[in-house]
Unconditional design. Structure first.
Length: 117
């Protein structure tokens, strides 16, 4: 079963950028659609975006569209979430999840992103 590990979180000022990584082991990431979610304290988990396993397509929630991009390096077994023009409301723990057959087979442990002045 594929296992996922997120990294790249940290603290940044509004308007800054971060790049999160979702690294896979025990499976080939090219076989999976990788979805990103985030959860802020006291709030429900929120969908962020998807890197679809075939066709190189991506999709994003309206709240991040135009600011976040997704890419993958299949040779390294990593999907990247590039976050630009970060806002205070982007503060959350970010998770990636692997989907192949309509269900999530694996979730990462999360990485914290804090946007503050």
């Amino acid at each position: 079963q594929v296992q996922l590990v997120e990294s790249g979180g940290g603290s940044v000022q509004p308007g800054g950028s971060l790049r999160l990584s979702c690294a896979a082991s025990g499976g080939t990431i090219s076989s999976y659609t990788i979805d990103w979610f985030r959860q802020a304290p006291g709030k429900e988990r929120e969908y962020v975006g998807s890197d679809i396993r075939s066709g190189g397509l991506t999709a994003f929630a309206d709240s991040v569209k135009g600011r976040f991009t997704l890419s993958r390096d299949n040779a390294k077994n990593i999907v990247y979430l590039q976050m630009n023009r970060l806002k205070l409301e982007d503060t959350a723990t970010y998770y990636c999840a692997a989907e192949q057959t309509g269900t999530y087979e694996s979730w990462g442990q999360g990485t914290q992103v804090t946007v503050s002045t």
